[in-house]
Design a protein around this ligand. Structure first.
Ligand SMILES: CC(C)(COP(=O)(O)OP(=O)(O)OC[C@H]1O[C@@H](n2cnc3c(N)ncnc32)[C@H](O)[C@@H]1OP(=O)(O)O)[C@@H](O)C(=O)NCCC(=O)NCCS
Length: 166
């Protein structure tokens, strides 16, 4: 079994599209984006998506199974970078792949001199919150209004990494 974790290059936009649409179809209540809307988007939308964020792509024996986006955080995010769209195909959950992806994020942080990692999760997504706590993220005290779905609040979680990011 060969696990590959890499940053998506511009030519990989179709791989990102497939994984992202699979994620939104599989977990419609986990993300702010919606499958019905994104499935209609043309190639140049996905090419822009790849330019805008650093996408972590995970494949096993040549089959794509995981995805995660990392962005430099906007000022109001209270962190240096922001994670979104974290998804692993159901057949490969519970095997520690999220830890490998987190390690990939820490390395990206080191390259960019980012110390504080943030992410947002719906408060009722208890499974994802449990994973993030296990990865060393801490719950922020207050929920924040979602930008993608007005009316909903998300739970921010943060992890500060220093010299030792594990
Ligand atoms: C979130 C997601 C990417 C995590 O991947 P995963 O494969 O399930 O996570 P892992 O199995 O690698 O779990 C990482 C750690 O959390 C622990 N963990 C996982 N689920 C847990 C739970 N429900 N309660 C307690 N601990 C849990 C694991 O035991 C593991 O720790 P360990 O290695 O010390 O045993 C995956 O579950 C997913 O794609 N979910 C659907 C989409 C989603 O909700 N994304 C998040 C949007 S914010």
């Amino acid at each position: 079994m060969k696990i590959q974790i890499c940053q998506a290059e511009p030519k990989d936009y179709k791989r990102v599209r497939e994984l992202r649409l699979s994620a939104l179809k599989d977990s419609p209540n986990s993300f702010g984006a919606k499958y019905e809307l994104l499935k209609e988007r043309p190639d140049n939308y996905w090419q822009q998506v790849l330019k805008a964020s650093s996408w972590c792509l995970v494949s096993i024996d040549g089959v794509d199974i995981g995805l995660l986006a990392v962005d430099q955080a906007d000022k109001d995010r209270n962190s240096d970078c922001w994670l979104s769209g974290w998804w692993i195909t159901p057949t490969h959950r519970g095997q520690g792949i999220s830890k490998l992806m987190a390690q990939w994020v820490y390395e990206l942080c080191q390259k960019n001199d980012w110390q504080k990692i943030g992410l947002g999760v719906w408060p009722d997504n208890k499974a994802a919150i449990a994973v993030y706590l296990k990865l060393g993220f801490e719950l922020a005290e207050t929920l924040i209004p979602s930008r993608s779905i007005p009316g909903l609040m998300y739970q921010p979680m943060y992890k500060s990494i220093g010299g030792d990011s594990k």
